[in-house]
Design a protein around this ligand. Structure first.
Ligand code: BT5
Length: 266
C-alpha cells in the first residue's frame, strides 16, 4: 500500500477516480466545521448530484442525535456525498453506504468488517466507521440527501479518550499507514456501483442483511428514553429491526431512532 502526503490532494484524487458521477465535483477543505454543513450549503447553491465534500479535519464533526464525531487532523476519511434518490430509495441509502464501506475495506486491505445495525462498521468488535444521512423531503419528493461517512484510516484511538476503548482504525489493524486517497478512490467506486444497483431496483436489502452481524443476537435498543431488550430476529426491506421481545411480541424498531447497545454495558 502506498504512503501519501499528510494532506489530501483533490487534484490527485480527481485524476485517480474511475467513477462516472460520484466525486466528479470535489469540494476540499483542510479544516472545516463539518462536511455536512458545507454540503448543505452546496445543496442550497444547486450543487449537482455526486458532488463530494472532503476534509482533513473537522472542528464540529457530528454523528446522529447531536453526538460528536472525533478525529485528529489528517487521520481519517471525512466525506459527505450529495445525492438525490427517490423517496423509495432513501431508506436503502444507508444499506448502500455500509456495503460500500465494507467492500472498500475488504478490497484494499483484506480485512473483514461486519455491519452492526443500523449504521456502524465494525472490525474485531470495534467501530471503524459510521455514517449518517441528512435529507430534505418536500411534497413526497426528496430534495436532497447528504450522506456523511467518517472512516478511521490512520487514527490512533488511544489519542482520543472518549473512543479509546470502542474505536479502531485501519492502521491499528494493519500496523501500517494506509493511503487515504486510495481508500477514498475505492470507496467512491464501490459506492457508485451499489448506488447504481439500487437505482436499477436490485435487492440491496438482501445483500445488506447477509452482512449484518446483529441478527440472531440478544440486543438492547435505546429509542429516546425507552429501552427495549430482545432477540434481533430480522430486518425488513426498509432496514427496520424486528425485535422479538421476551413476551413473544414482535417490535419494529426504526433505524433512524435508535442506538444499539452492548448488552454487557446495558
Ligand atoms: C455516526 O454517528 O456514526 C455517524 C458518523 C458520521 C461522521 C461523518 S464524518 C464526515 C461527515 N461530517 C460530519 O460532521 N459527520 C459525518 P453515531 O451512530 O451517532 O455515532 C457517534 C458515536 O460514535 C459517538 O458518540 C462516539 O461514541 C463514537 N465515535 C465518535 N468518533 C468516532 C471515531 N472516530 N471512531 C469510532 N467511533 C467514534
Amino acid at each position: 500500500m502506498k504512503q501519501q502526503n499528510r494532506r489530501l490532494s483533490p487534484a490527485y484524487l480527481h485524476q485517480e477516480l474511475r467513477t462516472k458521477v460520484i466525486g466528479h465535483n470535489i469540494l476540499y477543505y483542510p479544516v472545516t466545521s463539518s462536511t455536512m454543513d458545507v454540503a448543505k450549503q452546496a445543496v442550497q447553491e444547486g450543487a449537482e448530484e455526486g458532488t463530494i465534500v472532503i476534509a482533513d479535519h473537522q472542528t464540529a464533526g457530528r454523528g446522529r442525535f447531536g453526538r460528536k464525531w472525533l478525529e485528529p487532523p489528517d487521520s481519517s476519511i471525512l466525506l459527505s456525498i450529495i445525492l438525490r434518490p427517490t423517496l423509495e430509495e432513501l431508506p436503502r441509502l444507508s444499506m448502500v453506504a455500509s456495503l460500500a464501506v465494507m467492500r472498500c475495506i475488504e478490497k484494499v486491505t483484506g480485512l473483514k468488517p461486519v455491519i452492526k445495525w443500523p449504521n456502524d462498521i465494525i472490525i474485531e468488535g470495534k467501530k471503524i466507521c459510521g455514517h449518517l444521512i441528512e435529507s430534505e423531503v418536500a411534497n413526497e419528493t426528496v430534495q436532497s440527501a447528504i450522506l456523511g461517512i467518517g472512516l478511521n484510516v490512520n487514527l490512533d484511538p488511544s489519542s482520543i479518550p472518549e473512543i479509546a476503548e470502542t474505536a479502531t482504525s485501519l492502521k491499528e489493524m494493519l500496523k501500517v499507514e494506509v493511503s487515504r486517497t486510495e481508500i477514498l478512490r475505492a470507496l467512491l467506486g464501490e459506492f457508485e456501483e451499489l448506488y447504481d444497483a439500487l437505482r436499477q431496483g436490485e435487492p440491496i436489502d438482501k445483500l445488506w442483511r447477509r452482512h449484518l452481524e446483529t441478527l440472531g443476537q440478544q440486543v438492547t435498543v435505546k429509542c429516546g428514553d425507552e429501552v427495549h431488550q430482545g432477540y434481533a430476529e430480522s430486518v425488513d426491506e426498509q432496514g427496520n429491526l424486528l425485535l422479538r421481545r421476551p413476551d413473544g411480541s414482535l417490535l419494529t424498531v426504526t433505524a433512524g431512532d435508535v442506538t444499539l447497545q452492548d448488552l454487557k454495558k446495558g
